[in-house]
Design a protein around this ligand. Structure first.
Ligand code: GDP
Ligand code: MG
Length: 162
């Protein structure tokens, strides 16, 4: 079985953009408004000779009702299915209450979790990640999914044990 990487985080942090980059597809819909991905979306990627599976999810906002509850449910299922969770946050937005809610879940869940600070383009990495230490999930990793900044290095790191 290929290692399974789940992309979770609030809507609009760039999960689908990273999914498309990792799977070299345009399957996931990327949009300026949140909430387009309502189910789980699977794709395959490869790094060197290491294949992996990626799951894109709609996002969790922490206080779900209606359709948002369904999206959050899909995110929780994706976490269960994953070997590795990439918890994505937005360098431009800073730490939002929903990020804290998700971080609390992931800390209890004990899945191998990487804290990924997306949209770090145009910022020094140290500055982009500074706020996110407060989430209590260890080292924040700065990337820019849209431009590819640090993406390959992150995935290499993440896949090392596999
Ligand atoms: P999702 O809701 O988490 O799947 O987020 P999307 O992938 O749909 O992206 C939401 C918005 O953020 C889109 O307008 C993307 O173009 C933008 N975005 C994604 N990654 C980056 C990035 O690395 N840098 C910047 N500046 N914008 C990004
Ligand atoms: Mg999306």
């Amino acid at each position: 079985m290929n290692p399974v990487i789940a992309l979770v985080g609030r809507p609009n942090v760039g999960k689908s953009t990273l999914f498309n980059r990792l799977t070299r597809s345009r399957d996931a819909i990327v949009a300026d408004f949140p909430g387009l991905t309502r189910d789980r979306h699977y794709g395959n990627g490869r790094l060197g000779n290491k294949p992996f599976t990626v799951i894109d999810t709609g996002g969790i906002s922490g206080d779900e009702l209606g359709i948002d509850a369904a999206m959050a449910e899909q995110s929780l299922l994706a976490i269960d299915e994953a070997d590795i969770v990439l918890f994505m946050v937005d360098a431009r937005a800073g730490v939002m209450p929903a990020d804290e809610a998700i971080a609390n879940h992931l800390r209890v869940n004990r899945k191998k979790t990487w804290l990924v600070v997306n949209k770090s383009d145009g910022q020094q990495e140290e500055i982009a990640i500074a706020d996110f230490w407060a989430l209590g999930l260890g080292d924040p990793h700065a990337i820019a999914a849209e431009h590819g900044r640090n993406v390959t290095a992150l995935i290499e790191h993440v896949l090392e044990p596999f």
